[in-house]
Design a protein around this ligand. Structure first.
Ligand SMILES: [Zn+2]
Length: 438
């Protein structure tokens, strides 16, 4: 992300700089793009650039991010035009991108993509603000056109659709460049066939490259030593993650907490993230994932050591950061899927369909926002000297009713059998007693 300074620039100055940057990236491949030329073209003082962006890479991905935003705008517009038909909208977006048009924005986007066609698709996908796009488009989808078993399913489907169609949409954009101008008059079928061929070609190329090697104990320790070094200021004394003394124990901690596992393959022991590890990285705020953060803390600890910073101030800074993160961090939507509960589901929640889980005081819906609960000590049961057992809760969730035997009557002091019927108005649950014989 660009700095707050950049985002607070007068819109005209910001636009002027981005225009110059886009033009430079469209003119030459990323490696040859010159920050100096951008600055000169935008008439911005040399020193200002690094107040806006950490480096060229950040600027490049920011520009791609803005493009993704524009594509999301287009998708939103098409979704509205198709009356919320998700699949028709994606097909139309694809068609629109693959049609040669003289829109200046699209032409520049194409040129930048083409100049940098060597960049791994995975890297291009990496900078898509997927959650942001999903959040924007989700409300525009007509759910009745889809066969959904639960509300969450739409979100999952969306993620898959964007991941799968992302490379195809990029290929459509590029194809519009490489196809002859007469393509505009060709029928949609012919154009689609040509683009499909290009996509296949791109996928074959992608598949023929070797994936990066997994980390071993040795290589990961070396990487920790140099992690993030390019982004760190010159004067940082301790770079990388941890110190030589703590790096090995950081790894052990990751293994013992189940975030990383050692797996042997062909006599080499690799360190692989577990499902929980990958999920954690997905939901963790970016600032906590950055090696710059640990480097910054190491720097601060050095200051404490030399008496330049009081330990209290150091801790106060960390507390303030945690406080800020907890208050402002937006949970990743759909994250519940990433962390499947290992607790057994007692039954489906009648309000949201989520899993209902037993805990000490009752049976709670796993989906916290839902707030559905069956209390174990509800007056309905305690008055009858009964407790709500797991089996009874399961029956209530499955059939909406449960047969109770040996209920105590306060009036007569005797016991009786009856059926409890669950009544839920969406905010409160109640029970109704029904007698079998009248
Ligand atoms: Zn629920």
């Amino acid at each position: 992300m660009p700095s707050a300074t950049f985002l607070h620039l007068p819109p005209e100055k910001r636009a002027r700089f981005l225009r110059a940057a886009r033009a430079e990236f469209a003119r030459v491949p990323y490696a040859d793009a010159s920050i100096n030329r951008m600055i000169r073209a935008a008439h911005i003082p040399r020193g200002s650039f690094y107040m806006y962006f950490a480096n060229k890479e950040e600027l490049f991905f920011y520009i791609l991010e803005v493009y993704h935003g524009q594509l999301a705008d287009a998708a939103a517009q098409i979704l509205q035009e198709t009356g919320g038909d998700l699949f028709a909208a994606f097909a139309q977006l694809y068609d629109r991108l693959s049609t040669p048009k003289k829109q200046e924005d699209l032409a520049e986007m194409r040129a930048i993509l083409q100049r940098n066609a060597g960049i791994q698709q995975g890297q291009l996908l990496h900078c898509i603000q997927l959650e942001e796009i999903v959040r924007r488009l989700l409300p525009l989808v007509d759910r009745s056109k889809l066969l959904l078993r639960s509300p969450e399913e739409l979100e999952d489907m969306f993620h898959i659709l964007i991941n799968v169609s992302g490379p195809a949409l990029a290929a459509a954009l590029l194809a519009a460049l490489t196809l002859p101008a007469t393509a505009a008059e060709e029928s949609q079928d012919v154009r689609l066939a040509k683009v499909t061929a290009l996509v296949k070609e791109a996928l074959v190329k992608e598949g023929s490259t070797t994936p990066p090697r997994h980390f071993t104990e040795d290589t990961i320790l070396k990487s920790m030593e140099t992690a993030g070094v390019e982004d760190m200021p010159e004067d940082v004394e301790r770079k990388g993650i941890g110190t030589p003394a703590t790096r090995a124990s950081i790894l052990e901690k990751l293994v013992s907490t189940g975030l990383v596992e050692r797996k042997k393959a062909k006599k080499i022991t690799n360190l692989l993230p577990t499902q929980a590890g990958s999920s954690l990285v997905t939901v963790l705020p970016e600032v906590l994932q950055s090696p710059l953060l640990t480097a910054d803390w190491e720097q601060r600890l050095g200051e404490v050591e030399r008496g330049e910073l009081s330990p209290e101030d150091f801790m106060a800074e960390i507390a303030a950061m945690v406080d800020e993160l907890v208050k402002t961090y937006q949970p990743v939507p759909g994250a519940a899927v990433l962390f499947p509960s290992d607790k057994e589901s007692v039954g489906p929640c009648p309000r949201c369909g989520g899993a209902v889980i037993e805990s000490k005081k009752g049976f709670f819906c796993e989906n916290r926002e839902c707030r559905f609960v069956l209390w174990k000590n509800s007056k309905f049961f305690t008055a009858k000297k009964k407790t709500l057992t797991k089996a009874a809760a399961a029956a209530l969730l499955k059939k909406g009713r449960v047969k109770l035997t040996g209920c105590f009557s306060e009036k007569t002091g005797e016991t009786y059998d009856a059926t409890a019927v669950l009544e839920d108005d969406g905010t409160k649950t109640n029970y109704k007693l029904v007698f079998d014989n009248g």
